[in-house]
Design a protein around this ligand. Sequence first.
Ligand SMILES: [Zn+2]
Length: 150
Amino acid sequence: MFLTETRVVADDSEVMEAKNTIAARFYQLKSRHALIAKYLLRIGKRRDMKCWWCGHEYQTRDHVFKWCKRWKREQKRLWVDGQEGEDGYEGVEKVLKKPKISLPMSLIFAEEKCSQALMDFLFHTDVGRISRVVEEAENSNHEESSDGGV
Ligand SMILES: [Zn+2]
């Protein structure tokens, strides 16, 4: 391991990598190909749409960004509070002047004024990131073939 020698450089590239990963998650979520149960079910990686954070029956993009109990604090910042400071932003509800319940995620992802708030949400959450739960589900799925139900 060369970790101690190249510590400063390594830290730098870790930051870069983190930023790239968030951008990648952003575009996956935008194009509906993210690691969300709804998509994983469609491609046969999971057997249901259950949310692995809160147990809700349907883990959709809408669910994780608006309602999932696991990310309440982050949702509040995304939709209502925004963030102060140099690279701050306004909450999406303020920017678009509507409550989140009447704002479809496709619209938020298409709206450039909201992308910083979304990126910050991704930075502070595990939404769209490979999780242990997904990996476990993948492993257990290898043992059975899908019955390709309706
Ligand atoms: Zn949830």
